[in-house]
Design a binder for this molecule. Structure first.
Ligand code: F6P
Length: 322
């Protein structure tokens, strides 16, 4: 391997910069060049490449976002788009790829690695934590801490006004952000796409549970079947008009901010491991950490087998919100 093409793709996640830094510095350590590809697959098709040096990654370990920028590319989904991308890589003497992103990124990486003769490895970068082959993804820890911080603030005002709050958190197809933050923020209930009985359980609590509570926080994943936080708020107001109900959608604040120590360390570990794995001849895999050890998971498996929801977590919420 002489020149690694490095890119971030899909939704950004805090800690991506720490991963970029780790890849660049490790490659230089082993005398391998790194070319940054701007805006992921879009940049690959447009030939938007920049050489990365030691100094290109100075002072970024603590910064949110991604210095390589990111995008979701429609053109890369076509065979013609991917062919243009490959020709651009060849022209620039890029002979291996490291992709940082989530399931969309790895779907592209998998197809590309099969179509063309170029090794590709992935680093798990998404706030959703919805990839198999790693206990946690880069960005998840920062995002859940942001959520907990925000909910703590909402709780202050909820308590002052004796209100019920529906707080919507990110996770288009996954309730993993909601699940953990629900416990940490002391939620009354958690609504997630993976649990089909969430709304019924919530109604039961509101009808038959303790009546002397002064405030209530319900955490809902944006992908929940109930139809979004405003719809949940509407239904609750209709069924339980005596609750003073408000809705708060946290949105993209969950994607920004300084990465936590956990995210920086995870990003650094998998960044170093990915370069070493390319040198060892590995390809077509995501590099993650399972039980504190580096692990390699084929893209297909990482994408298709998201973490199962731990039912105990839901039970914990029920018990602790007595
Ligand atoms: O996949 C990360 C994520 O933040 C999801 O939780 C969310 O549904 C989605 O991206 C939002 O995407 P966008 O920023 O493109 O609206």
């Amino acid at each position: 391997i002489k020149n690694i093409g490095l890119y971030t793709s899909g939704g950004d996640a805090p800690g991506m910069n720490a991963a970029i830094r780790a890849v660049v510095r490790t490659a230089l350590y082993y005398d391998i060049a790194v070319t940054g590809i701007i805006r992921g697959y879009e940049g690959m098709i447009r030939g938007d490449f920049v050489p990365m040096h030691r100094k290109s990654v100075s002072n970024i370990v603590q910064r949110g976002g991604t210095i390589l920028k990111t995008a979701r590319s429609e053109q890369f989904k076509t065979a013609e788009g991917r062919k243009i991308a490959y020709e651009n890589l060849k022209k620039n003497n890029i002979d291996a790829l490291i992709a940082i992103g989530g399931d969309g990124t790895f779907t592209g990486a998998k197809i590309f690695g099969q179509e063309f003769d170029i090794p590709v490895l992935g680093l798990p970068g998404t706030i959703d934590n919805d990839l198999a082959g790693t206990d946690f993804t880069i960005g998840y820890d920062t995002a859940i801490n942001t959520v907990v911080d925000a909910v703590d603030k909402i709780r202050d005002t909820a308590e002052s006004h004796d209100r019920l709050f529906i707080v919507e958190v990110m996770g288009r197809d996954s309730g993993l952000i909601a699940l953990r933050t629900g416990i940490a923020a002391g939620a009354e209930a958690i609504l997630i796409p993976e649990n089909k009985t969430g709304m019924a359980g919530l109604f039961d609590r509101l009808e038959n549970g303790r009546k002397d509570k002064t405030s209530r926080i319900i955490i809902a994943a944006e992908g929940d079947d109930a139809g979004g936080a405003f719809e949940i708020g509407r239904i609750i107001t209709e069924k339980f008009p005596h609750y003073d109900t408000r809705v708060s959608i946290l949105g993209h604040i969950q994607r920004g901010g300084k990465p936590t120590c956990m995210d920086r360390v995870l990003a650094s570990r998998v960044g170093v491991a990915a370069v070493e794995a390319l040198r060892d001849g590995r390809s077509g895999e995501m590099v993650g950490v399972i039980h504190n050890e580096i692990s390699y998971t084929p893209f297909d498996h990482a994408i298709k087998h998201s973490h199962e929801i731990n039912a105990k977590f839901l039970k914990i919420v029920e018990i602790l919100s007595l």
